[in-house]
Write a protein of this length. Structure first.
Length: 661
């Protein structure tokens, strides 16, 4: 249970107000710390003293113990709204990573207890320490034990972890030991997320819906409920009803007590698009192409539709104040009132490949290119971003990017991301990061001779600690500042000028496509979100008489052995706390100082592609060089380790929707 201040809780119904009216109400009531949904007419007011006066949390003298936050269900709750009132900071860094053999299309969204995070990765279920990433247990304990894949999001109730498996079983694990308490056999794969309430766990397989005692696994209903088509999305819980959608487009309302149908409603949508159902405020939300349909929980009739800018790619997220956030195929994240009025729209220019998660004041969006965006819940402004770097190789090379398919998780001030290369990453604010960004590739290359008329500038800059701040990217050529932008998808600083354009100053204009013959000096600058600064300069020569344009070098040069000088490599205002702890566990991350160092990722190869179980250690970079080894791949200045097989290349376009979401 989360410890909160005394709070006035409002439950409402009826017509919504405008955003301005809501904002005015929030401002007027600000001293009382209220949450006001955007509705009016009849208002049922419940005054609740939440958590702060909970006797179990009180200490002698009136002090209050901080309660750990638990994220115990797919998308945060059994209604799958994708909203949590937990808060995360905007300025985060990478605390640790745990890498396992790659499993393509993994959507086993984790759950978090007080000190442990649980997730499935292919034929294994893992429990890791939330502070360090160190493994606590895994199932099965012998990695050679044959077992099918855990392909469903998880659910948790106290000391019990529920996980569906392709072998047709729903497993109940002891959260402390990883031992199997019970398992229940079904006629098909258990791909959809289970939901738990009042001692009963509900789950679906094929065309059947089951209810089992969550402590023993014994059936609660006399027989499973049988649909006329397969269940294709995770069921959600209403007050006394469970709602499920089948492949033929029918939404079903099933009574929790008896396991019988209250109603069924035929929709016009393809229910496998956009993921699961969402239930909130007596309405069910379901994706219908370019819109979100709202359906009455009571009788199943369509109440309305919210039109979107393009195909909706993920289930909607519905927040505590009734705002609805939607991801679409054109790369937009849009916030709507419950009447369909746009609050804001933010383009991300990338395919949003995981369900959105909304916290107290942040919208978390994850993309096909492995980019994490934190957007302001109020305005949609980008307040933080980070690109997941591939850690598990496919064959001899790491994939160019790692899609994020599983729903993000927030608890105890931390953000957890399970990426499709088999890596679980933890981000939080209190991580040490004194390491500046690193230049990975340059063109024109240092000390090279450019003979052609065209100069295809390419500058690749990365930062594993806290990520590149896009606003900090800069390029200067011969004393002239050049307009650029940072592209998260490629980690590249892109020159924004069109061919033939020039940068003008009080001195001679400079053309970036046709520089005059002679030696030119370029300087690239960038900072991470912690203020650690990169400033590197290099020189190259233009000689258009030395060779015809067709002989021009077009391959960016890796910087390992390049004579690039550090003019400045200063830390920002944030200083790492003394005595940075070494973080253990498979794939842990330890920031270090600014001396030259290595980056290693241990472990051998594994089926499904890539090796895992290693510890990632990141050190400072002197003189712009970096060295290290990766499992099954090569990093700058590194060597090639023993890679896994069978992984295949990372998908280049929007992934097909995995079953059960």
């Amino acid at each position: 249970m989360k410890a909160l201040s005394p709070r006035l809780v409002w439950t409402t119904g009826g017509e919504d107000t405008t955003k301005q009216e809501c904002d005015a109400e929030r401002h007027r009531m600000k001293p009382t710390y209220m949450t006001l949904p955007c509705r009016r007419h009849y208002v049922r007011v419940a005054i609740a003293l939440i958590a702060s006066f909970n006797m179990g949390l009180m200490l002698p003298g009136g002090a209050r113990a901080a309660a750990a936050e638990e994220f115990n269900a797919f998308r945060g709750n059994s209604q799958h709204t994708g909203f949590t009132d937990f808060a995360i900071p905007q300025n985060m860094g990478l605390a640790w990573q745990n890498s396992q053999p790659r499993v393509l299309g993994n959507v086993s969204s984790p759950v978090v207890a007080a000190k442990t995070i649980f997730y499935g990765q292919g034929p294994h279920l893992f429990a890791l320490d939330v502070d360090t990433g160190a493994p606590k247990w895994q199932y099965p304990t012998d990695p050679t034990t044959p077992i099918s894949a855990f392909n469903s999001p998880l659910a948790m109730n106290g000391k019990h972890i529920y996980a569906g498996n392709d072998d047709g079983n729903l497993y109940c694990f002891d959260a402390d030991t990883g031992s199997v308490i019970w398992k229940t056999k079904t006629p098909g794969n258990v791909h959809v997320a289970p939901v738990d309430r009042d001692g009963v766990v509900y789950f679906a397989a094929q065309n059947q819906l089951f209810a089992a005692d969550d402590s023993t696994g014994q059936p609660v209903w006399s027989h499973p409920f049988v649909f006329n088509s397969a269940v294709v999305a995770s069921p959600v819980l209403g007050d006394e009803t469970l709602y499920a959608v089948t492949g033929n487009g029918i939404i079903w309302a099933i009574k929790l007590g008896s396991g019988t149908a209250s109603w069924q409603s035929q929709t016009s949508t393809s229910p496998t698009v956009g993921g699961c159902l969402v239930a909130d405020r007596d309405l069910i939300y379901i994706v219908n192409g370019r819109s979100i349909d709202t359906i009455s929980e009571r009788i199943g009739d369509v109440r309305g539709a919210i039109g979107c800018s393009a195909q909706v790619t993920q289930p909607p997220t519905v927040t505590d104040d009734g705002t609805i956030f939607v991801a679409t195929s054109d790369g937009n994240v849009t916030g709507f009132t419950n009447r369909g009025k746009i609050v804001w729209r933010t383009p991300l220019t990338d395919y949003i490949s995981a369900p959105l998660l909304v916290t107290h004041d942040i919208v978390v969006a994850c993309t096909q290119s492995g980019v994490i965006y934190l957007l302001s819940r109020d305005t949609g402004a980008k307040v933080w971003s980070y690109t997941i770097q591939p850690t598990v190789a496919v064959g001899d090379t790491p994939p160019p990017s790692v899609p994020i398919l599983a729903s993000p998780i927030v608890a105890n001030g931390s953000l957890y991301i399970l990426s499709d290369d088999g890596t679980l990453s933890a981000f939080r604010a209190n991580t040490a990061d004194n390491t500046s960004p690193v230049v990975m590739a340059l063109y024109p290359a240092p000390d090279s001779v450019i003979s052609g008329e065209q100069i295809p500038w390419q500058i690749v800059v990365t930062d594993i600690g806290s990520g590149i701040n896009p606003a900090s990217a800069g390029l200067n050529v011969d004393g002239h500042d050049v307009p650029v932008e940072y592209n998260h998808r490629s980690n590249s600083i892109h020159v924004k000028l069109l061919p033939g354009a020039a940068v003008r100053s009080t001195m001679t204009p400079i053309s970036l496509d046709t520089l005059p013959d002679g030696v030119h000096k370029a300087t690239v600058t960038a900072s991470d979100w912690r203020g650690n600064k990169l400033k590197k300069s290099w020189s190259f020569k233009v000689d258009k008489t030395s060779a015809p344009p067709s002989m021009a070098v077009t391959t960016p040069q890796q910087i390992t052995n390049s004579p690039i000088t550090d003019e400045a490599n200063a830390s920002g205002s944030i200083t790492a706390p003394p005595g940075t702890a070494s973080i253990g566990g498979g794939g842990a991350f330890t920031p270090a100082g600014k001396s030259a160092g290595t980056s290693t990722s241990g472990g051998g190869g594994g089926t499904g592609g890539g090796g895992g179980g290693g510890t990632t250690t990141v050190s400072g970079n002197a003189g712009g060089t970096t060295a290290g080894t990766t499992t099954g791949g090569t990093t700058t200045g590194g060597t090639t380790g023993g890679g896994g097989t069978g992984g295949g290349a990372a998908p280049g376009g929007p992934p097909p929707l995995p079953p059960g979401l």
